[in-house]
Structures are given as C-alpha cells and as structure tokens.
Design a protein around this ligand. Structure first.
Ligand code: CP3
Length: 374
C-alpha cells in the first residue's frame, strides 16, 4: 500500500487503535464525554462566507482549487465548532474522470451533457485512478489536516454509491421518477452490471485514496436507490455492488458510514451491505431505526433538516427528541437526516451544536430518559 500523504504513519496507527476524538470514538461505539455532532452539507449556501466565495468562483472551481476547497471545508468548523470536517466536494466530480461532462447550473442543479443511453456508452467509460482525476480533493484533505493542526477534529472523505451515481450518469441530472435509469437497468441488465462494476472500481479507489490523503473516516452516500427501487429490485440490482464497495474500502482501516436515504422499507438490507456506522435519514424515529439495524451498531442521525427552519423552541424540542431516543447509548453521532437547505439560519446551526454538546455532556452517566414532554 502507498505511504499515507499528509499524515504520518504514527498518526494513522493511533487512529486505528484507540481514537481520542469524540466523533471517531462514537464511530467505534466507544464511550464519549459528549455526543459528537456534524451536519450534512455543513459547508454551503446557508453560510454568508460561502455565498461570498461563490460570487467569485463556480462550484467546480471551488472543488478543483485545493486551497479554496480547504477554506470552505474549514469555515463551518471555525464558525460552529463541529466535531468533524467533511471535505468540500460533491459526489459527482469523480464522474468527470470517467468521461462524463459535468456542470452545476445555478438553480437547476447538476447536469451531465453526455448522459449514458446505450451499452456502448458504458463500455467507453474509463476507470482512471483517483490520484490522477481527483487530486485537488486529495490535496484539500491534506491542507485541512495541516490547518486543523493539533485540534482533534477528524476529516471525513466521501463518495456516492453506485446506484446514485448511475442515476446521474443516465438521467443527466437529478430525477423525480428515475424512468431512464430503471428502463436501462431492466432492459440492459448486463450493461447495468458493467456500469455499476466500473463505478465500484472508481469509487473504491477514490475512497481509499482519501483515507491515504488523511481522511480519518469515510462516508458513502446512496441518496436515490431507496427513492427509486422496491426491496426486491434493490437486492437484485444494487445490493451486490454496494456490498463490493463496502468490502473493498474496509481495507482503509478507518470507520465507514453507510448513509442510504429513503430505505425505511428495507433498512436492514441496506445496512447489511456494509459500513461500520449506519447513517439514518429522518423518516423513522431514531430508536426504532437503531433497533432495526442492531443496537450494537453505531448510528448517525437523524434530525429532519427542516427542523432548523423552525423557531428555536421547536428546534430544541426536536433536537431533544433525537437525543432522548439515543438515550445516551454509546455509538451515536448527532446529524441531520439529509442535507441542510440554503434557507437555514446560521443562528440555529450555532445553537444546535451548543445544545447537543451541553445537553449530552451533563447526560453522561445519568439514567436514560424517555421522550421529552412538550
Ligand atoms: O456535506 C458537505 O458539507 C460536503 C459537501 C457536499 C456537497 N454535496 C456540496 C454541494 C456533499 C457531501 C454533497 C453530496 C451530494 N451531492 C449528494 C449526496 C447527499 C444528498 O444530498 O443526498 C448528492 C445527491 C449530490 C448532488 C448534488 N450536488 C445536487 C443534487 C446539487 C444541486 C442541489 C443543491 O443543493 O444545490 C449539488 C450541488 C452542491 N453540492 C452544492 C453544495 C454546497 C451547492 C452548490 C452551489 O450552488 O454552491
């Protein structure tokens, strides 16, 4: 295996034995002095600093300039004191190295100019190494690690899961009904398998490279399989690829979060694909979802991000409801169950982090209580 870049072998070894950061400890199910908190899309348009940078640079410029990507990654850490930093990028840039033309169109989301429509298109996709195609993000991880210095704030690397990426590659953008993706999957099962195989190769390589570059945890986002497919199709057309991806990246030796959105109908099956920590969306009460994946398995979640649009009194009640359902058990990382929206008030983010820290710090050792009465 290649030497880790931007992190000493000694630091990497410490991480795999007994981590000190609350986030990595919770990811291993170890006791913590307070519940760690970070939020999906913690770097983004709800922040004035991010909007200011976006006036001068496109989304892809930010992603492809290591210093800027590092700056955006660190902004929410400085402003709110999150317990983990997620490197600023997106799940889609790795598709560019495979031969797909990606653009982020303001107000319209991601667009792929040359979407896949035939088995031949699949065969033309390349699988170049991440060191060649995603070097800016790998470099950004190193810069963030250096900037954080002695602070015990781990960096999370991430990638999209095969189905979610295939849906963008085939639809050419975000879809409501996944018609083209499902038509391709059902009409061209052999090409579908080759497509997912190539995506597994590229994403596994990319995730392993992020860990070598200094990421202390990895998260896989499967945003759309649960929206698009029933259980039987998930098990047949998606789960084998996800299992392969999780089994390949286990070699990184860092905790892996499996975040599959909208899979309440088959949460156990999605969780069984792999990963150390199960990322829970906001649809089920935390305790119910946790019991379904097994209480011995660490979980991350699961406040509805729309809660941050509510007045503080209501937001606090909803944060407390999630914490009550976690009941002070080890192995809980507080997060939202999907990304923050651009309308999120920064004050609510600040108060959320403070409240989770304060409330769980005093909660340690106390007898778990039931849901808070209103
Ligand atoms: O969480 C973080 O702070 C790290 C950065 C991050 C982004 N996207 C930044 C981003 C992460 C982890 C993602 C993941 C991502 N991207 C997912 C999986 C999670 C999920 O939300 O389900 C998906 C499906 C995407 C695809 C994507 N990227 C869409 C659909 C859009 C357009 C919609 C939107 O919110 O603008 C993006 C753009 C995007 N990715 C932005 C950011 C900050 C907005 C870019 C901008 O206009 O400045």
């Amino acid at each position: 295996m290649a030497e880790p870049v931007g992190v000493t072998a000694a630091a990497a070894a410490t991480e795999t034995s007994e981590p000190t950061s609350v986030f990595l400890r919770a990811c291993r199910g170890l006791p913590v002095e307070r519940t760690p908190v970070w939020l999906l899309r913690q770097a983004g348009r709800y922040q004035p600093e991010y909007r200011a940078l976006r006036e001068r640079h496109s989304m892809l410029e930010l992603v492809r300039t290591p210093e800027l990507a590092a700056q955006v990654t660190l902004q929410p850490i400085e402003s709110f004191g999150f317990d983990a930093a997620i490197v600023f990028s997106d799940i889609l840039p790795p598709l560019v190295g495979m031969g797909l033309d990606l653009d982020f169109v303001t107000g319209d989301g991601p667009r792929i100019g040359n979407a896949i429509s035939s088995p031949r298109d699949v065969d033309l996709l390349g699988t170049p190494p991440a060191e060649e195609t995603m070097s800016a993000t790998l470099e950004a991880i190193g810069i963030v690690r250096r900037e954080l210095g002695a602070r015990d704030v781990p960096v999370i690397g991430f990638a999209g899961a095969p189905f979610t990426l295939a849906s963008y590659a085939i639809e050419g953008g975000t879809s409501k009904d996944f018609t083209k993706t499902k038509a391709f999957m059902l009409s061209e099962p052999a090409a579908w398998k080759r497509l997912l195989g190539k995506l597994v190769t590229v994403q596994a390589d990319y995730l392993l490279a992020q860990a070598r570059a200094g990421a202390s945890a990895l998260q896989v986002f499967d945003s759309w399989a649960g929206r698009a497919l029933g259980r039987e199709d998930y098990l047949r057309y998606v789960a084998p690829a996800n299992r392969e991806l999780f089994s390949k990246i286990a070699a990184a030796g860092v905790p892996v979060v499996n975040f599959s959105l909208g899979v309440s109908a088959y949460l156990e099956d999605a969780a069984a694909c792999g990963g150390d920590v199960v990322g829970l969306d906001w649809q089920l009460p935390l305790d119910e979802a946790w019991a379904r994946v097994g209480l011995e398995r660490p979980v991350q979640g699961n406040l509805d991000p729309a809660s941050l649009l509510a007045p503080w009194r209501e937001l606090r009640f909803r944060i407390d409801a999630v914490l009550d359902r976690a009941a002070g058990r080890p192995g809980h990382v507080f997060n939202v169950g999907h990304g923050l929206v651009p309308q999120t008030p920064t004050d609510n983010v600040r108060r959320l982090v403070e409240h989770v820290h304060e409330r769980t710090f005093t909660q340690q050792g106390e007898v778990p209580v039931g849901p808070t009465a209103r």
